[in-house]
Design a protein around this ligand. Structure first.
Ligand code: TRP
Length: 478
């Protein structure tokens, strides 16, 4: 019978925490957060980001973990079961569907970038970056992402690692991987921060990341026409604040079924509230430390702080090619990125795998290989949409934006499925699940429960509603 096998469980709280932190800590922390923080007002951005993580993201972690643990099934199975228990519409299972399908889409392109990290680890180790200038660094990157064979190999190599871990199951695969990889990740990160602190410009980094500039956070340069028409040079804008909210959701792996699935492997004795705070704190610490590792080098070598995605793959190699022990440092850095990406990608393959396993009753190995290869094939479209690769000419118009295939998948998941999934999850636990059942599942103190309940009933849905409304307004109306 489908799903007849006993649903797997974490063997300890520690294993669960490492897995959840592994999911949360990913490419989002290491290059996206530091860059967004620096550009968005330094300490002012960090402050609002941390407020969002602790007042909106953490309560949402609690919500997802508790739904998963109560359901003890895949996100789709759990949502269906809980809605039924609570005598609510079976349409609530759409939250589970959005998570499972969304995770499948995200892993298909996350694995492409994961493949880049593997390729760059190899390049760093082979000394490819020695003495390169900015132009060579750029040509190296664009040449690589435009190569149909190299990108295919690295994408499938990354996917194969993910499949290998997921195929071995929760205790034999996920746990074994994360309990080794996450401590290694922390160790590498600490080494990198120390090394950067000694060789790079630490003082400037502290100023860039932590000096609160509220003007930069809340005001955007006005257009030339507006200034010509006599308006002030800047105008009030919440764009960066909303970006911080979106980043906090992405960074905590919310609303795509990853956390709900990991919650389904929890036993009743684990305290969800305390665990959620630990996960959020570790995720934020890694994001901040990544900034402390990267920016001292960026400043010391005069690289462009506004490099965005290119910062990691096009700018940092220039510094690795010049600094003492650059081969070791560069290899460690891309190794760190690869580890962070692998422990996130397993959490993205897990929701579709747990659903198909439950539905078909196939053994885990067969399901992991089938879903992983399917996502890998879908990912080829993303890999080939970059640089001047085979499908790079295909541009799709999404609500006025000209996007390549990777961009379309990113837009659908990040801007549509994640905010909607998150908002409905908050509404479900806040307004549709019986309060008493929620209290029993969470076993929080009365006071803590009341705070949590207020946050998921009112604060989270409103905040997410504002982001989503803004996306819709920008794309459909403005
Ligand atoms: N949180 C990861 C990062 O920061 C990415 C990730 C893994 C994710 N699982 C997720 C994002 C689920 C959203 C939802 O890179």
């Amino acid at each position: 019978m489908a799903g007849a096998a006993q649903h797997a469980h974490w063997s300890s709280r520690w294993a669960f925490i490492m897995a959840a932190v592994g999911s949360a800590v990913g490419l989002g922390n290491i290059w996206k957060f530091p860059y967004e923080a620096g550009e968005g007002g330094g300490g002012a951005f960090v402050m609002v980001y941390l407020l969002f993580v602790f007042f909106i993201g953490t309560p949402m972690l609690v919500a997802e973990l508790s739904l998963g643990r109560r359901g003890q099934l895949s996100p789709i199975g759990s949502m269906k079961k809980i809605a039924q228990d609570e005598k609510k519409s079976h349409w609530w299972s759409l939250i589970g569907w959005s998570g499972v399908v969304g995770a499948f889409i995200v892993i298909s392109f996350y694995s492409v970038v994961g493949g880049w990290t593997l390729a760059y680890m190899a390049k760093a180790a082979m000394g490819t970056f020695s003495g390169i200038d900015a132009e060579t660094a750029q040509n190296t990157f664009v040449g690589y992402i435009s190569d149909p064979v190299k990108t295919l190999v690295s994408h499938f190599a990354f996917m194969a690692i993910t499949i290998f871990i997921v195929a071995k199951g929760v205790q034999g695969g996920l746990e074994k991987a994360v309990t080794v990889l996450m401590p290694a990740l922390f160790a590498i990160l600490i080494i990198l921060v120390i090394y950067s602190g000694f060789t790079g410009d630490f003082a400037k980094t502290i100023d860039f990341l932590f000096n609160p500039d509220f003007d930069k956070l809340l005001f955007k340069p006005n257009t030339a026409e507006a200034i010509a028409a006599g308006e002030p040079a800047t105008r009030f804008s919440l764009d960066t604040v909303l970006q911080a909210l979106g980043q906090s959701f992405f960074s905590l792996s919310l609303a795509l079924g990853s956390i709900m699935t990991y919650g389904s492997y929890l036993t009743k004795d684990v305290k969800i509230g305390k665990s959620a705070v630990t996960i959020a704190a570790a995720d934020s610490a890694v994001a901040l430390m990544a900034g402390l590792a990267i920016f001292p080098i960026v400043f010391a070598y005069g690289l462009d702080v506004a490099g965005g995605g290119g910062l990691v793959f096009m700018s940092l190699p220039i510094a690795f090619g010049q600094m003492p022990f650059g081969i070791v440092f560069g290899t460690l850095f891309f190794g760190l990125l690869a580890v962070a990406a692998v422990t996130s990608s397993i959490s993205l393959l897990e929701p579709p795998v747990s659903y198909v396993e439950e539905k078909t009753g196939w053994n885990r190995r067969k399901v992991a290989v089938t879903m992983g290869v399917a996502a890998g094939l879908l990912g080829v479209l993303s890999a080939y949409s970059q640089g001047t690769n085979l499908l790079s000419d295909i541009k799709i118009n999404m609500l006025g934006l000209e996007l390549d295939i990777m961009g379309v998948k990113d837009f659908l998941t990040n801007n549509i499925m994640m905010p909607l999934g998150g908002m409905f999850t908050a509404l479900f636990v806040g307004w549709f699940v019986t309060r008493k059942n929620m209290m029993d599942e969470l076993a929080l103190s009365d006071k803590t429960f009341r705070i949590w309940y207020f946050l998921v009933r009112f604060v989270s849905p409103t905040a997410i509603g504002i982001i989503f409304g803004k996306i819709i307004f920008d794309n459909f109306i403005a």
